[in-house]
Ligand binder design. Structure first.
Ligand SMILES: C[S@@+](CC[C@H](N)C(=O)[O-])C[C@H]1O[C@@H](n2cnc3c(N)ncnc32)[C@H](O)[C@@H]1O
Length: 255
């Protein structure tokens, strides 16, 4: 197994970000992370396909929004830079794209700071998503809130105990018309109930919510087609196959 890239932190305690990196086939994980990931995958095998589907979705959103003229991104709960990062996708289409990454995991902080040091158009903010004021004041050093920004909250709000609508509200108030909010979130409806109870046991950090609670986060926004749907069904590039676990995804526009 290759050694993780420059980072740091406690290597003996599993980190959710490194566990996710392992599931995505990245290289930033240690034995403790791999052991936890294998345990979670035994009880929640759908994660092996759901995690890459979610990653592919958020990168599709970045591509589509960059092609539509968005050149500022705020990636909240960004995780480790496994495979392609948001700024790589956006800057390939528009080299002037600016990206601010936010996470509350110290492991992510050290990796991101090391990897972003050479890219002037990117920045990292170490803060919880719930501290919108801290996040937004720091983000304003890189992003211009008078111009449209896409806020990405991909597979992060189900780690936050507060209701999604409450967490996103200050971000939406901050956004100029023409901005976007993208969310993916695990959902109760349509998921295998036995699997949900196994997930709750092996992965208690995650809060699976009702569809209506996720939908409420888009209140006042214009939901882009095809609406709030399975992540695999949001403008897919390839043939779609679903898992027994629902992960809903949507993109709302500020009008
Ligand atoms: C499943 S990963 C998703 C990574 C990336 N957004 C993606 O979709 O590929 C969840 C990330 O959210 C971060 N996270 C969890 N709770 C958070 C919070 N309250 N504030 C900010 N980040 C958080 C974790 O550290 C982790 O990096």
């Amino acid at each position: 197994m290759p050694e993780p890239r420059p980072g740091g932190g406690d290597f003996n305690t599993p980190s959710p970000a490194r566990v996710y990196d392992y599931v995505l086939g990245g290289s930033d994980h240690y034995a403790a992370d791999r052991q936890m990931a294998e345990g979670v995958l035994r009880d929640w095998p759908a994660l092996a396909t759901l995690a890459p589907s979610n990653r592919a979705w958020i990168l599709r959103v970045v591509r589509i929004l960059t092609e539509a003229g968005i050149d500022q991104f705020l990636d909240v709960g960004s995780g480790l830079p496994t495979a392609e990062a948001v700024h790589e996708v956006a800057q390939r289409i528009n080299p002037d794209s600016r990206v601010v990454y936010v996470d509350n995991d110290p492991i992510v902080e050290s990796h991101r700071r090391a990897l972003l040091a050479e890219n002037d158009l990117t920045a990292y903010v170490h803060a919880p998503a719930q501290n919108a004021n801290t996040v937004l004041r720091a983000a304003e050093q890189t992003l211009d809130p008078r111009q449209p920004v896409a806020v990405l909250m991909s597979a992060v709000l189900h780690y936050v105990p507060e209701p999604p609508a409450e967490v996103v509200a200050p971000y939406v108030r901050w956004l100029a018309p023409g901005s976007y909010l993208a969310i993916s979130h695990v959902a109760i409806e349509g998921s295998d109930p036995q699997m949900l109870s196994r997930i709750a046991r092996v992965f208690p950090q995650q809060t699976v919510r009702h569809r209506a609670e996720i939908e409420a986060a888009f209140a006042g926004l214009e939901l882009l087609e095809p609406g709030l749907v399975d992540v695999e069904r949001w403008r897919p590039d390839t043939e779609v196959s679903l898992t027994p676990q629902r992960l809903l995804a949507g993109v709302g526009k500020v009008t």
